[in-house]
Structure formats: C-alpha cells, structure tokens
Design a protein around this ligand. Structure first.
Ligand code: SF4
Length: 378
C-alpha cells in the first residue's frame, strides 16, 4: 500500500520572532477556537479521497502547536487516527517551544499518542535568545526537556541555530555541548538565513545586523558535524543529525520526494504528481474550509524535467544521496542520459560521489550544497 505523511499546521505563536518567515501569526484565542473545527472539516474532506494510502508519519508543526489546549490537540489527532489508515508504528511528532508547555500539558500530549517531540531551543545564551526575539529563557529550555522526558517522550529532537550575529565558533560549540548533555535522540542545526519580509531583513538593509563571515559559518558547520558525530549523532541530512534509528521519518519522506498531505493555513501537499498549497491567512482558510471543505489556493503539476530536478534537489540533501535505480524506475529514463553532462564536471571537482547505484554530495560538496544542487536545476 502506498505510504503518506500528514502535516498539520497550527499557525499561532506568542510573538513573531525577528527572523521568522513561517506562516505564523500572533496568538488569537477566538480565532483558534474556530481554527480547530476547520481542521477537522478539512480532515473529513480529504480522508475519503486518500482511503487507499497508509499514513506512516503525522507531524503537527507551526507556529507553535503547543499553544492549543491539549484537549484540542487530542481531538485533532483523534480525528486523524479515526479517518486515516495509520501504520502501527506511525511516527507522530509535535513541535513545542519552551515556555509554552507545563508538565501536565506534556503528559496529556504524550497520552494522546504523540510519540516524538521537537523542541525549539535555538540557543542556550540569554543574549542570543533576546536577539532572536524568542520568548523563552535558558532555564525554561532545561525544564521543558526534563519534563518531556518525564512525560515519556523517548524520541526527542532539539532545534538549534548557528551563524547568529556576533556568535563565535567557541560559543556555538558550547551550545552543541550543552545540547548533547541533554542526550537528545535527534538534533536539527540550521544556520540563520535572513529572509525578505522579516524584521531581520529590514535591520540588515539598514546595516544594523551582520551575520558572521562565510568562512566562520563554514567553520561552525564543520564543528557541528564533528562534535555531533563524535557523540554518536550521525549526520543524515545537511542540517539533521540522529542517533541510529532516530532519523525523522516525516522529513525523510519529504527528501525522498514522497507523497504528503498538508492540512491547515498555508500547508502544502504533494499527491498523485500534483503540488497544491492552502491559502495562507488563517481567517481566510477557516472561511474557505467552512464553505467548500478545502482551502487550496494554488495547484501545480510538475513537468517531468522539473519533477526529476526536484527529486535530485531533495535527495542530495540526504547524506545517502539518490538511489539511481529508484530514480530510473520512477521516471522510466536513464539517469546518465539526463544528467551525464552535469555529473562529469562535478565528479572532476570532487563535489559529488557516484557509484553504480548512488549519487551523493562529497564532504567538499556538502559545504557548497546549494550551488551543486543548482547545477541539476538548470
Ligand atoms: S516560534 Fe517559530 S514559528 Fe513562531 S514566530 Fe518564532 S520562529 Fe516563527
């Protein structure tokens, strides 16, 4: 039976962080009370259309899903379980931010069936947290991780961010060590990128915010790989590291260009070769779902060459790279015929590795991942 990942977007946050370009909006209790029934209606709408698929992962992301009362999260997850065919070992993740979860909340969430938690730590330094406009402090990070473990989350991931303005490699290494002291099963470590339409972008334009130079960011990336790997946390994707067996199955499905259904405001889906995206604004999403069952704003069917490029783009993010046989079976085409001219110069420069069935970024290529991937998209 074909498998499917389901993503549910909860778009509310206590405060909009300065660097955030996610679809997140200030907490709005009145609106979130109608947002939950809208999500339930959207589940009702899609479930019969996807009855033949097995759901192997469910992910509640945001925003800050833990801003919803545990009873609401329980109702939503209950509805997903009732309407879709979930595999017996389904990975069910919830994102949580420190300062939004009490001990009882975590216990209730765990007993609803969430079996993986991803905690948005970002930094262990008070000044950096302030700069990022995060609402939590260092103490709340430690408390939240401890409470999550006590509540029974034995699959726990921490999100960290490096390359912050004024951050030194020494400070970043100390964050990594503090994270490892918590014995997480998984770590996501992303470098800060400044996106348009964020307040950080405006500050950068005015010369008020400067990221560390590229060579320092590269040093931090290399430090990340070395420190985490020496603690048994293997890099399996450019920005993701896991103890064996704790890789995020939900994200692996994205990087494998597998099928997923996105529910909620602004959520994206990829089903039957078609990509579609819901309308962004929660109020509009609610209205559209109430009147027509779904809230799709745009749909795109990828031309074969684009679909192939996208499969390469996503697959190269994984350290294992791309299984050439799977690619050829999927697109019914010779990999070498399509990409031979792109591959040869990259091999000569030592940016990729290629054996009979796999193409992956080399260690050198990992540092230049974006530009290598671009060659396949041209
Ligand atoms: S908590 Fe996350 S989603 Fe919410 S504003 Fe901050 S970065 Fe964005």
């Amino acid at each position: 039976m074909p498998t499917l990942g389901i993503y549910l977007h909860i778009p509310y946050c206590l405060h909009k962080c300065g660097y955030c370009d996610f679809n997140s909006h200030p907490e709005n209790r009145e609106e979130s009370e109608v947002y939950v029934p809208a999500l339930l209606s959207e589940i009702d709408y899609y479930a019969p259309r996807l009855a033949g698929k097995m759901v192997s992962t469910v992910f509640f992301g945001g925003g800050t899903p833990t801003l919803l009362p545990p009873a609401s999260l329980d109702i939503i997850l209950g509805s997903v379980k009732n309407h879709f065919n979930l595999s017996s070992d389904c990975e069910i993740t919830i994102e949580a931010n420190p300062a939004t979860v009490e001990r009882e909340t975590l216990e209730q969430i765990r007993s609803s069936g969430f079996n993986r938690i991803s905690i948005g730590v970002q930094s262990f330094d008070a000044e950096e947290l302030k700069l990022l406009e995060r609402v939590h402090n260092e103490e709340e990070i430690h408390t939240t991780i401890g409470r999550a473990r006590l509540a029974g989350f034995d699959n726990l991931s921490l999100d960290l961010m490096f390359g912050l303005p004024g951050q030194s490699p020494v400070k970043w290494k100390s964050h990594l060590r503090q994270a490892l002291e918590k014995k997480p099963d998984h770590i996501s470590a992303y470098s800060l990128t400044i996106e348009p339409a964020t307040s950080f972008f405006k500050l950068q334009e005015r010369g008020l915010l400067q990221l560390p130079p590229e060579e320092i960011q590269l040093e931090m990336f290399q430090d990340t790989i070395e420190i985490l790997q020496s603690a048994g946390c293997q890099q399996y994707e450019i920005s993701n590291y896991a103890q064996p067996g704790f890789e995020s199955r939900h994200n692996l499905n994205y990087w494998d260009n597998g099928e997923y259904l996105g529910l909620g405001a602004g959520a994206s889906s990829y089903l039957n070769g078609e990509r579609f995206k819901n309308t962004l604004l929660p109020s509009r999403y609610i209205r559209e779902v109430q009147t027509q069952g779904s809230a799709v704003e745009s749909t795109e069917t990828l031309a074969p060459l684009n679909a192939m490029g996208e499969t390469i783009m996503l697959g190269l993010r994984r350290l294992n790279g791309i299984a050439i046989e799977d690619f050829e079976n999927r697109f019914q085409i010779s990999f070498k015929n399509v990409y031979g001219k792109v591959i040869d110069p990259l091999l000569n420069e030592g940016l990729i590795t290629l054996n009979q069935n796999h193409m992956a970024l080399s260690r050198k290529g990992l540092n230049l991942a974006d530009s290598v991937i671009l060659k396949f998209m041209a």
